[in-house]
Design a protein around this ligand. Structure first.
Ligand code: HAM
Length: 416
C-alpha cells in the first residue's frame, strides 16, 4: 500500500553508519592476512545450481536439508542462494582449470551467504563470511598456515578472548573403521525415524544433536580420533607440531562436528568466550574428497570461513573497536562563497595527501555548522572566513580537548 513503510526481511544482517565502518574494518582485518600469504581473490555468484550444494555439502546436514533458499528460476532450473563458499569455489576451480596451474591454488573470498535459520543474536539468514581455500596439496604445514591466517585476522581486529579447537576426522579408512563401531553403538540407542534417517546418512551427526537424552547417550560413543589410520595420525601430529612452532595455542575437541559433510582430516573452530550460544566466529578444515565428488580430479583441499558479523559482535563485546578511528581528520566550515571555493580546494589537496576531510555545505550559520562538526566526530575543525583567507592562517581546533593553535593553511597537512 502506498505510504506504508517496508522493513528488511526477517533475520538479515545489515550495517548502517556509524557501525558499518567498524564492520568494514573487521572484514578488511580478516582478509589482509590471507593476501599477505599469497591468496588471490575469487569473486563468485551468490546463486548456484542447487545440486552443487546437495552433492557438495551433503544431504544429511541441516544446511542442505532445512536451511537452503531454493527456488525455480524462469527457465525452471533449481537455483539456491549459496549457504557457504567452499562448494562454489571448487565448482569454479574445476570449471576454470585453476587446478591445472601451480598448486596449491590459493583463493580468498568475502561476501554474503544465506541460511534460513531461526534468527537470533549472531545468527542471521543473510550473513557475511571471509574465507580462503588452498587446493591441491595435503602438506600438514598448509593446515597450520591456514589456521594461522585465521588467527592473525582475529588478532588484527584486537580479539583475544577466543580459543581454537581442533580435531582430525581422519582419512576414508579411519572413518570407515570408526563408522562400523559407531553404527553398532547407535543401533543400541532408541531413536525416532528422522534421527535414524540422519544417522544412516552420516552417523557423526549425532554428536551434534542438542537434545539432552541424545547428548547423554552419545557421551559413551566411540570417538573418531581413536580410529585414525597411521598416516592420518601422523598428519595430525605434524599439524599440531607446526601450530606449536607458530605459538598458536589450541584445545583438542574430539567431539567436534562441523555442520557440513565434506570434511576430512584436520578440522577446526574458533570459539569466542563472550558470544553466548552463537559463539563460533570461524571454522574450517580439510575436504579431501570434495573435488572428485564434484566431478573434478582427486585433489585435496583445506580452508576456512570466518563470520564477519560474529567477529564484529566479538570485537564490540571485548570493547576493542575504537569508533573514533572511523571519523574524519578535519572538518572545514566556510563562511561565504569565496571561503567555500577555498574550502573545496583545501579539502581536495588534503584528501589527495591521504587525509579525510569534510566540509560544511549549505551556507549554515556558524553555530549550526559547529554542531555538525561536533556530531561528525571529526578530530579537528577550522573556520574559513575573510580574515582567514587574507592572512592564509586558520585557527585549528582540536575537538576533543578544545585546544586551538594558529596554523598556516599551507601547513595544515603536517598539523593534522
Ligand atoms: P561454517 O562453520 O558453516 O563453515 O561457517 C563459518 C562461519 O560462518 C561460522 O563459524 C560463523 O562464524 C559464520 N556463520 C555461519 N552461519 C551463520 C549465520 N547464520 N549467521 C551468522 N554467521 C554465521 C563454512 O561455511 C565452510 N564453508 C568453511 C570452510 C571453508 N571450510 C573449508 N573451507
Amino acid at each position: 500500500m502506498a505510504g506504508q513503510k517496508i522493513q528488511a526481511p526477517k533475520g538479515v544482517s545489515e550495517y548502517v553508519p556509524p557501525r558499518s565502518e567498524a564492520f568494514e574494518f573487521v572484514r578488511e582485518s580478516l582478509i589482509e592476512p590471507a593476501r599477505k600469504a599469497g591468496y588471490q581473490l575469487i569473486e563468485l555468484p551468490v546463486f548456484e545450481d542447487t545440486e552443487l550444494f546437495t552433492r557438495g555439502v551433503g544431504e544429511s546436514t541441516d544446511v542442505v536439508s532445512k536451511e537452503m533458499y531454493t527456488f525455480q528460476d524462469r527457465g525452471d532450473r533449481s537455483i539456491t542462494l549459496r549457504p557457504e563458499g567452499t562448494a562454489g569455489v571448487m565448482r569454479a576451480v574445476i570449471e576454470h582449470g585453476l587446478d591445472r596451474g601451480q598448486l596449491p591454488a590459493k583463493l580468498w573470498y568475502s561476501g554474503q551467504f544465506f541460511r534460513a535459520e531461526r534468527p537470533q543474536a549472531g545468527r542471521y539468514r543473510q550473513f557475511y563470511q571471509v574465507g580462503i581455500e588452498a587446493i591441491g596439496l595435503d602438506d600438514a604445514a598448509i593446515d597450520a598456515e591456514v589456521i594461522a591466517i585465521a588467527d592473525a585476522g582475529f588478532k588484527a581486529i584486537g580479539l583475544s578472548k577466543y580459543r581454537l579447537e581442533i580435531t582430525s576426522l581422519g582419512d576414508a579408512d579411519s572413518r570407515a573403521a570408526h563408522r562400523v563401531d559407531l553404527v553398532k553403538f547407535i543401533a543400541g540407542m532408541k531413536l525416532d525415524e528422522a534421527t535414524t534417517a540422519r544417522a544412516a546418512l552420516n552417523p557423526l551427526r549425532l554428536f551434534d544433536d542438542k537434545r539432552p537424552e541424545i547428548k547423554d547417550a552419545m557421551a559413551k560413543a566411540p570417538l573418531l580420533v581413536d580410529y585414525l589410520s597411521e598416516s592420518s595420525r601422523a598428519h595430525f601430529e605434524q599439524v599440531k607440531k607446526y601450530l606449536d612452532v607458530l605459538g598458536i595455542s589450541y584445545v583438542l575437541n574430539p567431539r567436534m562436528v562441523r555442520g557440513l559433510d565434506y570434511y576430512t582430516g584436520t578440522t577446526f573452530e574458533f570459539v569466542h568466550e563472550l558470544l553466548g550460544a552463537q559463539s563460533g566466529i570461524g571454522g574450517g578444515g580439510r575436504y579431501d574428497g570434495l573435488m572428485a565428488e564434484l566431478g573434478g580430479q582427486s585433489l585435496s583441499g583445506i580452508g576456512f570461513g570466518l563470520g564477519v558479523d560474529r567477529a564484529l559482535l566479538a570485537a564490540e563485546a571485548e570493547g576493542v573497536i575504537n569508533e573514533n578511528s572511523f571519523v574524519s581528520d578535519l572538518f572545514i566550515i566556510p563562511l561565504g562563497d569565496a571561503a567555500k571555493e577555498m574550502a573545496m580546494k583545501i579539502a581536495s589537496q588534503l584528501r589527495n595527501a591521504g587525509k579525510s576531510i569534510e566540509i560544511a555545505f549549505g551556507d549554515r550559520a556558524l553555530k549550526g555548522a559547529m554542531k555538525g562538526a561536533d556530531k561528525s566526530g571529526a578530530r579537528y575543525v577550522i573556520v574559513l572566513g575573510e580574515s582567514e583567507i587574507s592572512s592564509a592562517t586558520v585557527e585549528l581546533k582540536e575537538m576533543k580537548t578544545g585546544a586551538t593553535s594558529s596554523v598556516k593553511i599551507d601547513s595544515l597537512i603536517s598539523a593534522i
